[in-house]
Design a protein around this ligand. Structure first.
Ligand code: GLY
Length: 374
């Protein structure tokens, strides 16, 4: 990673599918300058949603127009419903109506929903057109815009249909985070903490000191946190692009978290990062119960999540009648189950996560029940 002021450049090394993530303040307005060196085609299609369009579309359009482009846009309805068969179909038809060729470049401007569905569309139109991700949520900046996973939801579950399709460039403008509600920022922050906890104890220590600044969107702190997270993810994706092994570490807290989200219907009741925060707490507690991790390390992880304002206990989520049996049955149906085994990401301490295939469900149940009564 190079640094120029508070601008960061992270390389994702994937041979002929390599790309760069550029992180900085107010860089949407420089989009044309950042995209030009890639020598992509002249035709640019911006895919965004109504909320993001209000805040950032004019600035992106202006940047592209100043570079002699005449971008067109497709504006989606905001919300998870857009990431569906019908949402994808509408998007594909809108794009095809605009006319595309193999040099057309699709720019996904928005949070995880826009990035996932637009990425999926880009991967299938003409069997693949250029894709640029401009994530505008913290969650999308540190996770979904990097690494090439695209997906839609189906009635059978979340992200069950998708592709691996790497973007040509990711532009993360940290100024766009200032329009986010605090709860959404915190939700993204849970994924940032995850990188420290899974493999970078020094970064976790830095977050303990500077987490408040990140949540306050201090430009230097947030750029460092996003860049460090992206660098961790880039290293993992470089080793295991299609999640045959080490990429599973990115699921720390997610096996529990996904079950909680299934129970709450992937709704506003529990945001993804909130579920991950409780999930990380349970993964550490399970590791302690199995004699793998010192209790003091688990307490340190949980206490940081709590201090920053993330939930760590099920009972802090109001209106849900939690049941450990039901959560376990959700886990058994998770797409991460392999040959009938639920693989958990456990840890030997802060920065020492590993994938464990040998977990007794009685221990998992005990941990959920303990959390329920905490
Ligand atoms: N969000 C986990 C991954 O990209 O593998």
């Amino acid at each position: 990673m190079n640094k120029a002021g508070s601008r960061h450049f992270v390389d994702v090394d994937l041979g002929d599918r390599s790309y760069q993530i550029i992180i900085g303040e107010e860089i949407i307005s420089e989009a044309e300058k950042l995209i030009a060196p890639l020598r992509l085609g002249k035709k640019k299609i911006i895919v965004t949603d109504q909320n993001v369009a209000r805040n950032h579309l004019i600035s992106l359009r202006k940047a592209l127009e100043n570079g002699g482009h005449d971008p067109v846009d497709v504006i989606l309805k905001p919300g998870e419903q857009t990431k569906s068969f019908s949402g994808l179909r509408e998007l594909l038809e809108s794009i095809l109506k605009l006319g595309v060729d193999r040099d057309t470049c699709l720019i996904a401007l928005g949070g995880g929903v826009v990035g996932d569905v637009a990425g999926f569309a880009a991967s299938t139109i003409l069997r693949g057109i250029h894709l640029i991700q401009i994530p505008t949520s913290l969650l999308a900046m540190v996770d979904s815009s990097v690494g090439g996973k695209t997906a839609i939801n189906t009635p059978q579950g979340k992200n069950l249909v998708g592709t691996f399709y790497q973007p040509r460039l990711v532009i993360s403008d940290t100024a766009s985070l200032r329009t986010l509600p605090n709860r959404e920022l915190l939700s993204g922050y849970a994924e940032i903490v995850k990188y420290g906890l899974l493999g970078d104890a020094l970064f976790f220590e830095w977050l303990e000191e500077n987490g408040d600044k990140v949540i306050d969107c201090n430009p230097v702190a947030i750029a460092h946190a996003v860049a460090t997270s992206c660098r961790s993810k880039a290293l993992i994706v470089t080793k295991d692009e299609r999640e045959g092994g080490v990429r599973a570490l990115l699921n720390l807290g997610h096996t529990f978290g996904h079950a909680l989200e299934t129970e709450t219907g992937f709704s506003e009741t529990l945001l993804h990062g909130e579920a991950v925060s409780i999930g990380i707490t349970m993964a550490f507690d399970l590791s302690v119960r199995m004699g793998l991790c010192p209790g003091i390390e688990a307490r340190r992880a949980t206490s940081h999540l709590k201090k920053i304002g993330l939930p760590v206990a099920l009972k802090s989520i109001e209106g849900i009648d939690w049941s450990s049996d039901r959560l376990i049955s959700h886990m058994a149906r998770d797409k991460k189950v392999r040959n009938g085994n639920i693989n958990f990401v456990l840890t030997k301490g802060i920065g020492k996560a590993f994938v464990c295939e040998d977990v007794h469900m009685a221990d998992v149940k005990a941990i959920i029940d303990k959390n329920l009564n905490s």
